[in-house]
Design a protein around this ligand. Structure first.
Ligand code: ADP
Ligand code: MG
Length: 671
């Protein structure tokens, strides 16, 4: 039996269980072996009753010293109670409705009890412990179980699989030696059934390394594949000319990043680059510079944004900058009329439009280019590798640039964007005002409203981010509406207010945003739709309701809507949560304005899944590695993957045979 054998043919599986396993994505024997335990019960680490901490899982070895007493509660629950003791002390045990277990236990016999102690020091007590015979010993794996498949069943199947399956080792021996890692057989045996803590650690170390290493090799392969001949070579570096179109001087960081990109675009190979820059660092103008250079060299560019509002804003910015330069910009979004779309597509195809800005609408198959040279995506983890690829395929190996709207920790960028080179804009435009951030509870609300009015009276503008009541969009909408009505007819009567939420049609949003940008709307009540990239420098105050509901990076991103001009800005967070965790998070956002640092905290506090918001974020699910805790391994594997590919770029050597297969599998998943 091999790792690829269909799970159905493993002894003890059969059709029905095969179906259950397959529904969990476990199709093969190999996949079953890669279903690692969720946790372990350590039956070897026995604590004395006297020393056992409260409220933590402990394993006690104790003798039953009183007969089992049965108590019926009025609600019909049967409780079995008895005392047990070891040499150091005694504790009381309660079992609920577990008649089968209760009947098996004998007065005077010794057992192992696994569970949490509570009660008092006079009489400790343990409710519903797991109980085993004293000779049980060992570390017991607990698997993610479901109604129709228990952890025990999975355990048995894995035991069988371990004894019959030949599992190839994807790590070449040289790599294992160099890093002091055990082989795959030992690793799998000990991740499932560790004999000791040490053997578990050895197994885990190897599997974490393997997971990250294979990923890094796969990402590097993608990167190497990108090194084809580009269909667009920049000959005229017209960056100087571009800068003359601007009303401000670019920051050194912006200049450096533009030059890095132009360097790539002159090289003959397609650029694959990620620009990371904190909110407000000025990424759009960098994109504009590259579109300009591309157009002046006779090629088209496409700039794809995650929302219509943002696409429209970019369109305006680029149109303004390229006015009187002979460059023609176009906008393509879902909400254009059919006729408008046809017209734009026609112009794209015959080369009349040099720079097209749009949303997903750009990905549609009938959008064709005459000679696409540069593809830029302004994203917030919103476009996966596959989607980006769709746009790139509309040209002959065009240059590609990804702009990450949220700073992400280095470790994550290595995984999400491992196939890209990275440039960082680490400087803000001159004259930026610091944003002061305060965090208060809702008893301050009226005072804060008055504070906001002062700004409005001075001619400035502001945002209020609505309370986040429900996940449900309909209810969100109702509550945003109600909140808006309440402010409009109450506290902010006489001021001009606008409402912006995700359910509005693009045209309605556009109308509100235009009103806000022109200053006709003084105070914008909004849901998190304003999170992405909106730029109104006169807006200088922001109130965020229910701040505890937001991730740190999201708060930072929201806050980035203010402090964009010459005026000092204030951000006020309202939260009634007194959980220490929330307090800690709000403290971080209050004291730091560095998006990278905040992102690092966020990742640490919430873990990568939550950090990115959802599954479809493009990040591969990690089976065992934790990209935060295993940061060092991640960096090591990146280096080693590169070295390996330098010495054996095609993974043709026989010792790399199994790795090659694994990488091909991963590659197809990532692409
Ligand atoms: P982000 O990096 O968050 O996308 P934007 O590109 O929206 O930032 O830029 C934020 C604001 O800063 C815009 O109003 C833009 O015109 C302005 N800006 C960008 N670069 C400079 C600069 N070098 N000097 C002055 N203002 C700039
Ligand atoms: Mg932006």
């Amino acid at each position: 039996m091999t790792a690829n054998t269909d799970i159905q043919f493993l002894k003890g599986v059969g059709l029905k269980r095969a179906e259950i396993l397959k529904s969990k994505g476990i199709d093969t024997v190999g996949a079953l072996l890669r279903l690692y335990p969720r946790k372990y019960l350590d039956w070897t680490n026995i604590t004395l009753v006297k020393n056992a901490p409260f409220f933590e899982n402990v394993c006690l070895k104790a003798k039953i010293v009183t007969p089992i007493e049965t108590v019926e509660t009025r609600r019909g629950i049967t409780i079995y109670k008895f005392l047990a003791e070891d040499a150091s002390g005694r504790f009381s045990v309660s079992l609920f409705n577990q008649v089968y277990l209760a009947n098996r236990l004998n007065l005077g016999s010794e057992y192992l009890f696994y569970g949490k102690l509570d009660g008092s020091f006079v009489l400790r007590q343990m409710s519903s412990p797991i109980i085993k015979e004293v000779n049980f010993g060992g570390i017991e794996p607990i698997y993610p179980s479901s109604k129709n498949m228990t952890s025990k069943t999975i355990e048995k199947l894995i035991k069988t699989a371990l004894s019959v399956a030949e599992i190839p080792d994807v790590l070449p021996e040289s790599i294992r030696k160099e890093n002091g890692l055990c082989d795959i057989k030992y690793a799998l045996e000990n991740i499932h059934f560790p004999k000791t803590k040490e053997s578990f650690e050895r197994a885990k170390k190897r599997l974490v390394f393997e997971e990250l290493f294979c990923l890094q090799v796969a990402l590097s392969v993608i990167k190497l594949k990108n090194h084809k001949q580009s269909g667009c070579i920049i000959k005229n570096n017209v960056f100087e000319e571009f800068q003359k179109c601007l009303s401000f001087e670019l920051t050194n960081a912006q200049k450096r990043v533009v030059l890095e990109c132009i360097g790539d675009m002159q090289s003959g190979r397609p650029m694959s680059r990620l620009i990371q820059g904190d909110v407000g660092s000025g990424k759009t103008v960098v994109a504009a510079a590259l579109c300009f250079v591309t157009a002046k060299n006779g090629y088209q560019s496409a700039l794809m944004a995650p929302t219509e509002i943002l696409a429209e804003q970019h369109y305006k910015t680029l149109s303004r900058i390229t006015e009187n330069t002979g460059i023609k910009c176009g906008l393509l979004t879902g909400s254009l009329t059919k006729k408008q779309k046809t017209d734009i597509k026609e112009k794209l195809k015959n080369g009349e439009i040099d720079v097209i800005i749009g949303t997903h609408a750009l990905l549609v198959s009938d959008v064709e280019f005459s000679n696409l040279g540069l593809v830029i995506t302004d994203e917030q983890h919103r476009f996966g590798v596959a989607q980006r690829g769709k746009l790139e395929n509309k040209g002959v190996n065009p240059h590609k640039l990804v702009m990450s709207a949220t700073p992400i920790p280095q470790t994550l960028s290595y995984i999400l964007y491992g196939d890209l080179d990275i440039s960082i804009i680490d400087e803000y435009p001159k004259g930026r005002q610091k944003i002061d951030t305060y965090s208060v509870d809702s008893s301050y609300r009226t005072r804060i409203y008055n504070y906001i009015k002062k700004f409005l009276n001075d001619g400035r503008q502001g945002y209020i981010v609505c309370p986040l009541v429900e996940e449900n969009e309909e209810l969100q909408l109702t509550s945003a509406n109600e909140y808006y009505q309440k402010l409009k007819n109450g506290e902010f009567k006489g001021y001009s207010l606008g409402l912006l939420h995700g359910k509005m049609t693009p045209r309605e949003k556009e109308a509100v945003m235009t009103g806000f940008a022109k200053g006709e709307i003084q105070l914008l009540i909004a849901t998190t739709v304003i999170e992405v990239g909106i730029d109104v420098p006169n807006a200088v105050v922001m109130l965020i309701e229910n701040a505890e509901r937001f991730g740190l990076s999201q708060l930072h991103q929201l806050r980035g809507r203010i402090g964009r001009g010459e005026y000092k800005s204030d951000c006020i967070l309202i939260s009634d949560s007194d959980s220490p965790d929330t307090q800690k998070r709000l403290e971080v956002i209050k004291n730091s304005s560095d998006g990278f640092k905040i992102a690092d905290y966020d990742l640490e506090l919430r873990g990568p899944g939550d950090f990115l918001g959802n599954r479809q974020s493009g990040i591969p699910q990690m089976r065992i590695a934790d990209i935060f805790a295993d940061k060092k391994v991640l960096l090591d594997t990146k280096k080693q993957a590169k070295q390996l590919l330098q010495s054996d770029p095609q993974l043709k050597l026989s010792e790399n045979k199994h790795l090659r297969q694994e990488v091909i599998d991963l590659y197809t998943k990532l692409k």
